[in-house]
Design a protein around this ligand. Structure first.
Ligand code: NAP
Length: 249
């Protein structure tokens, strides 16, 4: 308890699923959490309630679209001037639009890359500016097992998540001299709204590929993120930490 006392953390897409669990677990360790969301205000308010229930510092709700450079820059300006700066950035906001290559729409490609990859670039750039001055920071990018393995039917999503791994390793090299570590977490199949759309047949097929025999919980990912955010991980950078039940090794 209290490993992140006096730290300020921003989690993108923290209104639901994995992002919500990350926000709650960072707060449980004492971090003041800025809860970003795209539009679902009620869900963001529920994350704030869970943070308070866990005994965390009063959270801040901040609505912005990570895909919009203007909105991201304005939000990080507010983080700097109103909320006291930034120590930990978790790029978690994501969407998945699925389909096979030959029928894949250009617009779906652009939206998927825009949120998952360009969104993380926008936030990392704005966040690193704040962290560089204080010479301490943590950037944690939520990629995916499919960014490592590829996945038929997820051309844009897999490309975006693979791109995030390149972004992670490059930023790890660029920012190390300022004591900012940059790591990625690659979740496997985690039970959230994103995966609830799959049919029972699809879910059963995926379960068969998981050596640990079950789907993951958002908290499984959150615990890995908290570890990477603490001083216990001070010598780890440019790393890709799989949280996937053994589904891809
Ligand atoms: P989710 O339940 O669908 O939640 C998505 C979150 O992202 C919501 O909080 C949503 O905000 C936010 N969001 C979406 N577009 C945004 C934008 N343009 N700007 C700001 N916020 C935005 O998803 P999840 O399953 O928790 O996934 C979280 C991350 O883990 C994603 O990056 C996903 O790709 C990755 N991941 C998930 C799995 C899995 O099995 N679930 C596996 C591997 C990787 P609103 O509530 O306001 O819409």
């Amino acid at each position: 308890m209290g490993q992140l006392k006096d730290k300020i953390a921003l989690v993108t897409g923290a209104s639901r699923g994995i992002g919500r669990a990350i926000a709650v677990e960072l707060a449980r360790e004492g971090a003041k959490v800025i809860v970003n969301y795209a539009g679902n205000e009620a869900a963001a308010a529920e994350t704030a309630r869970l943070i308070k229930e866990a005994g965390g510092p009063e959270p801040i709700l901040l609505k912005f679209d990570v895909a919009s450079q203007e909105q991201v820059d304005a939000a990080f300006d507010e983080v700097k001037t109103k909320h006291g700066g930034l120590h930990i950035l978790v790029n978690n906001a994501g969407i998945s639009k699925d389909g096979l290559l030959l029928r894949f729409k250009q617009d779906d490609w652009l939206q998927t890359l825009g949120t998952n990859l360009t969104g993380s670039f926008h936030c990392a750039r704005a966040g690193a500016k704040l962290m560089t001055k204080q010479r301490w920071g943590r950037i944690i990018n939520i990629s995916s097992v499919v960014g490592e393995s590829g996945n038929a039917g997820q051309v844009a999503y897999a490309a975006a998540k693979a791109g995030l791994l390149g972004l992670t390793k490059t930023l790890a090299q660029e920012l190390a001299s300022r004591s900012i570590t940059v790591n990625a977490v690659t979740p496997g199949f985690i039970a959230t709204d994103m995966t609830s759309a799959l049919t029972d047949e699809q879910k059963a097929k995926i379960r068969e590929q998981i050596p640990l025999g079950d789907v993951g919980k958002p908290e499984d990912v959150a615990h890995a993120v908290v570890f990477l955010a603490t001083d216990r991980a001070r010598y780890i950078t440019g790393h890709v930490l799989a949280v996937n039940g053994g589904m891809y090794m």
